[in-house]
Write a new protein. Structure first.
Length: 335
């Protein structure tokens, strides 16, 4: 896959979004009176920064809490604990009209373009809905903006009066992206935007997102379980497991020198285009399934599947520490 050149991580950039000790626990209720008897710890103490004009890739297995983090960051779901700061504004404290006024600056591209587009609305209505809701443009000006957005995402402006079912999956995702950028946002959460698409189309959507970032100065949180695709769009990568970040660094360091056993296992499963390297490289096979977030293991959350785990790992949660400049890891034995 080829992608256009885009800016790699610059540590001198300003922080646009800051997440500190974020938790999202969903209550488990039981009994006649539906009293809370436990909690699903979907996100359990996550911290990271996203820099202006850059992309943070958030990767991990299904059920690790990736999408929940994205939804809580945009306040589509309330946080249990922790803070989310956007441009020095504390989002978790905003409610009602104050939050609504901030919505144009933060948008989301959803995973399934078929489910996220109203089948009864035309493309013009779908893309124009945020413009109408926030009263930014009206009449002929709104129509011109819709046609401009369609062109930006690689669709014909003449298709504005068609319905979602008349488009392919990749085209529907382009419509979703056009809707997301309609209000000129600064920050977009891309929640597995290529997972529901054919492999042949995925690279086109990633290329589009990169081009839009360069053209519009966008900042992304790119959520995905596809590490090979994340490598092409992200500047920094955070690896999530059972609601906690295991490792985080710039993309080149993480892919070339992974320190956490979980990251090493994930990367060992990514195919390499060189057949000689593919035949000789070592694969890390993880035993068992990811534990339930309703009953996570003691100590390191990865200790039940870790190939190098020792007794200490099941008793003591590892410290989140910086090994090298900008390279963070939560593992007792990473060096």
């Amino acid at each position: 896959m080829t992608t256009p050149e885009h800016t790699r991580f610059n540590p001198d950039s300003e922080v646009l979004v800051s997440v500190k000790d974020l938790k999202k626990h969903f209550p488990i209720r039981g009994g006649v009176v539906k009293r809370q008897v436990g909690a699903v710890k979907a996100v359990d103490g996550v911290s990271f920064d996203i820099y202006q004009g850059h992309t943070l890739g958030l990767v991990g297995e299904s059920g690790s809490g990736k999408s929940t983090i994205g939804r809580v960051m945009l306040q589509l779901d309330p946080a249990t604990e922790g803070t989310v700061t956007f441009d020095d504004i504390e989002l978790t404290k905003l409610r009602g009209e104050k939050l609504r006024k901030l919505r144009p600056r933060m948008q989301m591209v959803f995973q399934d373009p078929h489910a996220s587009l109203n089948p009864r609305m035309t493309v013009a209505s779908i893309i124009g809905e945020p413009l109408k809701e926030h009263g930014t443009v009206r009449g002929a000006e709104r129509r011109e903006r819709i046609e401009e957005l369609l062109s930006l995402v690689g669709l014909e402006p003449s298709h504005a009066n068609r319905y979602p079912h008349e488009f392919s999956g990749g085209q529907r995702q382009r419509i979703g992206i056009a809707r997301a950028i309609a209000l000129n946002p600064e920050f977009i959460v891309c929640d597995e935007p290529i997972a529901a698409l054919d492999v042949s189309i995925q690279s086109q959507i990633v290329n589009l997102l990169v081009n839009l970032q360069d053209h519009l100065g966008l900042t992304y949180l790119f959520i995905s379980h596809d590490l090979s695709m994340v490598r092409h769009i992200a500047d920094r990568v955070a690896v999530l497991y059972l609601g906690k970040v295991m490792e985080m660094s710039d993309v080149d360091t993480l892919y070339n020198h992974p320190k956490h056993p979980y990251t090493q296992a994930l990367l060992s499963a990514v195919p390499v285009p060189d057949p000689v390297v593919e035949l000789t490289r070592r694969r890390v096979i993880l035993e068992g399934d990811i534990p339930s977030p309703a009953n996570p293991p003691l100590g390191c959350p990865f200790n039940t599947r870790c190939p190098v785990a020792q007794e200490r790992c099941s008793l003591e949660e590892p410290e989140w520490r910086e090994l090298d400049s900008g390279h963070w890891v939560a593992c007792h034995f990473a060096e």
